[in-house]
Design a protein around this ligand. Structure first.
Ligand SMILES: [Zn+2]
Length: 260
């Protein structure tokens, strides 16, 4: 099932779908790592952890489909799926270049992940072209912007804007003034809410996200990347809050499942 992002009737080419490939954190026993597939005029995967390639192949079997992959940060549940996904593309005959997008200083780490995974396999003479972009401002006609969050390593949230819609994705981390500014007025926000209670500054709580959703009624908010045993507690809190109902799409704040 795909969640259609509302676009204006006059801008058919701007329509896109957003698939939750995975919604889990690093140790979720049930759900694949958090990853989103934004597919429209262009096609972009947001994060690619170790359990993402298999989950992605359940939705997409075309090795040429993705134009780019955005990696929010260097943690394994967000980028250790890269070697497998790129190997699949290569061995399935991909020809077109792939944009590997990130912000901050994560790029050398990503190159190391690829080399450790399959040494030499992504060298230019063997592989389709990899276009490495740090701090990209666009992917073809989509405008990109990013902002640092508060995580244990450098993590950047990203926002994609078209004339008809906008989508933002947090990656990991607590909100910062910079990330709140990035999310302002966005049509769809997918944000981690790892914890039901505050345990430090490295993650966002369901309370933080509810507060943001209340202050930004124009934004459809999705909460993902929950601590493995806290999803049910979060759902109870959301019901008690009255603002939201996790199983009723269209309301303000939703906790999606993989494949939604
Ligand atoms: Zn992380």
């Amino acid at each position: 099932m795909k969640n259609e992002i509302p676009g204006e009737a006059s801008a058919q080419s701007d329509q896109a779908s957003l698939v939750f490939v995975g919604v889990g954190d690093a140790t979720d026993p049930q759900h694949p790592n958090t990853s989103l597939w934004l597919d429209g005029a262009h096609s972009l995967l947001l994060d690619c952890g170790y359990s993402v390639p298999q989950a992605f192949w359940q939705h997409c079997t075309d090795p040429n489909r993705l134009d780019g992959i955005w990696l929010s940060h260097g943690h394994a549940d967000h980028c250790f799926g890269l070697p497998g996904l790129l190997l699949w593309m290569r061995t399935s005959g991909r020809t077109k270049p792939l944009h590997v997008l990130s912000a901050g200083d994560v790029q050398p780490h990503l190159k190391q992940v690829l080399e450790l995974g399959y040494p030499g396999s992504f060298a230019p003479e063997k592989c389709f072209e990899l276009i490495w972009q740090a701090g990209p401002r666009q992917l073809h006609t989509w405008q990109l912007s990013h902002a640092q969050t508060s995580h244990s390593v450098s993590n950047h949230a990203v926002r994609i804007d078209t004339p008809s819609w906008s989508v933002a994705y947090s990656g990991d981390g607590g909100m910062t003034a910079e990330s709140r500014a990035l999310f302002s007025g966005v049509s769809v926000l997918v944000h981690e809410c790892h914890d039901s209670q505050r345990r430090g500054m490295g993650h966002t709580t369901i309370g933080d996200l509810t507060q943001l959703a209340r202050g930004q009624p124009e934004t459809r908010v999705f909460g993902i990347h929950h601590r493995r045993d806290e999803r049910h507690q979060m759902e109870r809190e959301l019901r008690a809050d009255g603002l939201v109902h996790p199983s009723r799409p269209g309301l303000h704040l939703t906790l999606p499942l993989p494949s939604d």
